[in-house]
Design a protein around this ligand. Structure first.
Ligand code: FMN
Length: 243
């Protein structure tokens, strides 16, 4: 099974998202998957020009020559693609949205009705990869992912495929904080669940109820995260102050 991750943190390899992705991929690899993690910020990806040239002038191909020439075939050669990114103002960050806009050549221009009586563009290819989404937000709580969850459900519908798993981690800054022994243990437990998720996706193409429940639990109580988080913001404001 081929799994490609498209990682959309603007911080690239420094991102908290990467920590989630790496653990998930460890589990997937242990279960036999062939994986690749593509860091979008390291790629040259222009903005969609919005003129439908990929449907009209060069059907199935964008008229912009950049790294999407390489990424589109990689996307389509996958059994599962993982969209991995932080939450930026309740939504996906610009780099991820830009990448998604550039997937337009994979569809046909023609409209069609789907099985629920909604409309979408017809598919250019018979089979599209299944989708997993992994995201983290700086604030605690699952409500931070409401927009992303709806967005990726709609995206799976648009691309004639299935959203097989959603892994959302609030309290995302916890991975960067100074770690005491207790926190190390809690993070270790969470990372183990991520590896478990990677394995389950390869073996069953879905997550078990137990894994979903464990992954959604707060790592520390929200009140504690907010208290220590604010102390850390104070420290960082002081440290970075320009005289
Ligand atoms: C411009 C911007 C907007 C953000 N908006 C939100 C938000 O709406 N909700 C939230 O919980 N966190 C928000 N965050 C915090 C990030 O989601 C958080 O820092 C995350 O851990 C970053 O992941 P990364 O290190 O992989 O980039 C925002 C961060 C930035 C830079």
């Amino acid at each position: 099974m081929k799994i490609k991750v498209f990682s959309g943190s603007h911080k690239g390899r420094e991102g908290n998202t990467l920590i989630l992705v790496e653990e998930f991929l460890k589990g997937a690899e242990e279960a036999g998957a062939e994986t690749e993690n593509i860091i979008l910020i390291e790629k040259n990806i222009g903005y969609c020009r919005g003129k439908f040239e990929c449907w009209l002038k060069t059907p199935g191909m964008c008229t912009i020559r950049d790294d999407m020439d390489d990424l589109l075939p990689k996307f389509m050669a996958s059994d599962i693609v993982v969209f991995a990114c932080p939450v930026y103002f309740d939504n996906v960050p610009a780099i991820m949205k830009n990448f998604i806009d550039r997937l337009a050549p994979l569809l046909l221009p023609h409209f069609e009705e789907d099985e629920n009586g909604e409309y979408r563009h017809a598919k250019r290819y018979e089979k599209f990869p299944k989708i997993v989404v992994m995201s983290n937000a700086g604030l605690p709580g699952q409500t931070n992912f409401e927009v992303e969850s709806l967005f990726f459900r709609r995206l799976a519908r648009t691309f004639h495929t299935e959203l097989i798993a959603e892994i959302y981690r609030g309290e995302g800054e916890i991975f960067r904080g100074k770690s005491n022994l207790m926190l190390k243990l809690l993070l270790g437990k969470y990372k183990k669940m991520l590896r478990c998720a990677g394995k389950e996706i390869v073996e069953n193409q879905k997550l078990s109820e137990k894994t979903i429940t464990e992954l959604e639990k707060p790592i520390v109580p929200a009140s504690l995260y907010i208290k220590f988080g604010n102390e850390e913001w104070d420290r960082l404001c002081e440290e970075n102050k320009v005289d």
